[in-house]
Design a protein around this ligand. Structure first.
Ligand SMILES: [Zn+2]
Length: 357
């Protein structure tokens, strides 16, 4: 099999994104894969992009076997013309362990050195990168900013392309200048909080849903599900949140805010959210995944489109950390039950009703 390494060309722009997304979906999660894809698109669109250093390996049938992106990077605004970051690297799943990433990375080193770059930064598993000559960056005074959560300090590594180059390069690594990652980090933070609220409601014996409203990075209000079983009163988290916000925040603030909710909102809550003038909703668990726990399958409905017909602009984004969000339902009604058990039980109910029909 032929293995040709080359720089990016127009015809490979989309296929390479598809490859990376596919590889990360299999190795990490669909969510992580979407973030990595968005990061590539962002780098391509910005001044950090170096088309010569966006590398692919193709075979004789023009199939992409591997992908590696080197792009310009800076430490606290410095070294942009000397320092590169290697991210992401992806090898077609069935061709892994055949030195494809090794060949791509080493080709990249040579090409980057020719272009005058002095060092390359990478975050990843040292086992994969130490053999390529990457060493712990902290040893050279290149450390992670507080917002960068490394599993271990050794996971941030650097490689000199020119001997001695690292003697004058040091500073803090921060990814906050990538819109993709900044958004992703804050989404994660708020969604985790929604899940905490949902579990808290569950432990009180209620349904496990939580929601909150964020404006300019500040949580304005939080809410959980409530209920009075005897009276037949049920307060959904999103509705309770809307109730807290009504008559309290100006329209301008609500319009700029984002509502985070542990699960895609029901139709009643969607209407309540819209009534408040909130335009951005981010949900954890999707309608589809949630339907695994309900007797009926989720029908695909264009909710945004329907609301638009009424002149209401409401953007629904998600899922976010869906797997974690599904486990929240283990606390439904106060008694902890494993998710697999809940799903299996519902699958049985659905199977029985299908037979009856
Ligand atoms: Zn609801």
């Amino acid at each position: 099999m032929l293995r040709i390494i080359q720089s990016m060309e127009n015809k490979y722009l989309i296929p390479s994104l598809d490859l990376v997304e596919d590889v990360f979906t299999k190795s990490d999660s669909p969510e992580e894969a979407r973030t990595v894809r968005a990061l590539i698109e962002e780098i391509r669109a910005k001044k950090y992009y170096l088309p010569e250093l966006e590398l692919i390996m193709v075979d004789e049938e023009d199939r992409i076997l591997g992908y590696a992106m080197f792009s310009r990077f800076h430490l606290e605004g410095k070294y942009e013309d000397e320092l590169l970051i290697l991210t992401p690297v992806a090898v077609r799943t069935e061709y892994q362990r055949q030195h494809i990433s090794k060949e791509l990375i080493e080709y990249g080193f040579r090409k980057a050195a020719e272009l005058g770059y002095k060092a390359v930064l990478v975050e990843g598993n040292p086992k994969n990168y130490n053999p390529r000559g990457f060493i712990t960056s902290a040893d050279y005074g290149i450390t992670a900013a507080p917002s960068v959560h490394l599993p271990h300090p050794a996971c941030l590594m650097v490689k000199e392309l020119e001997p001695g180059a690292l003697e004058h390069i040091s500073g803090m690594v921060d990814y906050a200048f990538y819109d993709t990652l900044r958004e992703d980090l804050s989404y994660t933070k708020y969604m985790k909080r929604c899940y905490t609220l949902a579990v808290r409601a569950g432990k009180k014996g209620f349904d496990t849903f939580g929601a909150l409203l964020v404006h300019n990075g500040e949580i304005l209000e939080e809410a959980e599900n409530t209920a009075d079983w005897k009276k037949g009163i049920f307060g959904h988290a999103e509705f309770n949140l809307v109730h807290k916000c009504a008559n309290r925040y100006p329209d301008t603030v609500l319009k700029e805010s984002t509502l985070f909710t542990s699960c895609a909102p029901c139709e009643r809550c969607l209407c309540a959210i819209a009534s408040l003038g909130i335009e951005n909703v981010v949900y954890g668990v999707s309608y589809e995944a949630f339907s695994k726990l309900t007797p009926d399958d989720a029908a695909p409905v264009d909710r945004e489109g329907l609301l638009r017909k009424l002149g209401i602009h409401l953007k629904l984004s998600g899922p976010v950390q869906e797997e974690e969000g599904m486990h929240v339902f283990e606390w439904w009604g106060g008694e902890h039950r494993p998710l697999e058990e809940l799903i299996a039980e519902m699958a049985e109910v659905k199977a029985k009703s299908a037979v009856r029909e």
